[in-house]
Write a protein that binds this ligand. Sequence first.
Ligand code: ADP
Ligand code: MG
Length: 673
Amino acid sequence: MKPLALELDDGYFSYKVEGHSVPALNGVTLSIADGEMVAIQGPSGSGKSTLLYLLGCMLRPDRGTIRVQGEDIRTLDDVQLAYFRNRQLGFVFQQFHLLPAADVLTNILLPTNYPLEVGVASGAADKERAIQLATQLGLGDRIHHKTQQLSGGQQQRVAIARALIRDAPVLLADEPTGNLDSNTSKEILKLLRQLNNEGKTIVIITHDAEVAAQCDRVIWIRDGKVQNPEDNPAPRPHATRAADVPDLPPLNISTLFRESLPRAWDNLKRNRVRSALTMLGVVVGVASIVAMLTLGTFTKEKILQSYASLGVNTLLLHARPNWMMKAVDRPPTSFNFLNMERDVLPLQEVFPEVVSLSPLYSSWGNSAVFGGRSIENEASVIGVNEHALGITRRPLAAGAPIGEFHVKNRSSVCVIGFEIAQRLFLRQNPIGEVLQVGVEDTSFSCTVIGVSKPVFSKETRFKPDLQIIVPYTAYVNLPFYYYHRQLGQVLFEIDSGSDIEEASKKIRAFFQKKYGKSGIFRADSDSVLVAQMKRFLNLFTLLLVSVAAISLVVGGMGITNMMLVSVNERFREIGLRKAMGASHSAIRQLFFAESLFLCGIAGLTGLLVGFAAYQLLIYAGTRVIPDLKFEWVFNPWAFVISFAAIVVTGVLSGLGPALRAEKLQVIEALRSE
Ligand code: ADP
Ligand code: MG
């Protein structure tokens, strides 16, 4: 007695549709022997296709046992079942289910790509066989045509060739001649007969009595039941054959790169428009993130720079008499501005953390005149000692700073701001020239010994670029108003090892103790300000990044949306790939590889676009903000973070459909419209 190829014992199946259950098979029992050629006939809707899906292991029965080639398919896990289908069963769908954008050859070769776990991609022998099958089925001149450009009959033949490519012992075909003219139909039938003679077990659903007549026997189906059980021997108990299913290894990373990436690339190339649109979303997302992050940190740096123009370890003491003081508050010594000998010079002994100090006399609203050109009322005159330029770390563009010698000798020399040099001296070298400085209706002159470099500053009244810096010993003898001649400020450089906020408090306390409420003292540090500013700017950057994150989310939603739009198409593709022997993990890997490609390429493009965008914005900024100079900015972290963010978003949204489709049975996935 021949072994059985297909057995179904008391099989039940219902489709679940929105909570309802649509019964399709109601207790079907049948068996088909090895090498038989059987036709299934019956009215439309009677359950023929469903029966074939059960026999093809693409649906699991609600109840009942299925054995294929002696293997009880309930004992197989997902990967094994996929492998089993791939090797034991060839299936021709009624609706063909081809990859529409792929060519005939690719479609025929699809089963040879699976299962990935075995690591077999179609080789030369497979290709040869595919071409031979195509030629045999009259598709020889259509090998490289896309299947969506073929007629129904031609597509049918591609589907048949695909079912034959693996040379599986069992061939299941759902109305394989339904779309063919009678000549081709006869050819196909001849081919099937020949395959049967070579030993294949063949089951075909057909409406065509002529086709049925060619078969060994007919199974009649009506209302989900076999109508002629007397012709259909029930499966008899027998020993199970040794399983032809190896223990398949799980997919690993090297398989991913060897097998999935090239295929993912092919897939993306086939779906150009969809891929391009998806990529556009990613590009915009990455570009905006990288631009926002970089601009955020750039702005922060610029603002901090302007605050730090006084130097970072500097303290500035402001002192003035308290004109509002009440009689009862009168202290032992009354304060009337600072005195160098009495108040300032001793500080260095009292406070060891003071590295150096300089008085800071200042007058504003002065004019500067040279060679017939003048700057009216915009300049300020500053009186300092030899330490000041060092404390403020102000570099010189030319010449020399105020030195100890100048201070001792009350020399009438000056270091001028960059803008003064530019506006008054044009291209002439100012060093050694005599500058006239106007103070109200009088004036004095000084010899220019140095020009300071341009300084980016928040200061508006004492713009560093419009300062005329002179030795304070000379300053005190100049014809300034009373208040401009008083010393109200002292610059300190604090040892970088000590706490600057602490030092500022101590200095202030020192004066308060000495003068009580007769003076008002404040010791500012740009460092303190800078610290506050930093906190604020970090918030600001955070805000920018949130905006960028939102745009990333929007970009991500775009990707997800694109994926959802194509999800039905993808569902069908997933179903098809599964039917051809792809396991869940193979599908996941394919999608993963696709998303990786898409996001990788688009991410890199996005980085470039973002780079161009923010450089352009910085350039535009230099046009609007006069103090800002154009520069090339590259913040590696911004690049790394935005790239990583988009790849994660993209891969996750790309995996969505694959994970959803995994839950579907092959047939449900194939049926999605
Ligand atoms: P046949 O191939 O003989 O025309 P089918 O096996 O396709 O019949 O269908 C059997 C029954 O199951 C029919 O009543 C049909 O409406 C129902 N059916 C088939 N596929 C689905 C599905 N995906 N969802 C719900 N009902 C279905
Ligand atoms: Mg059908």
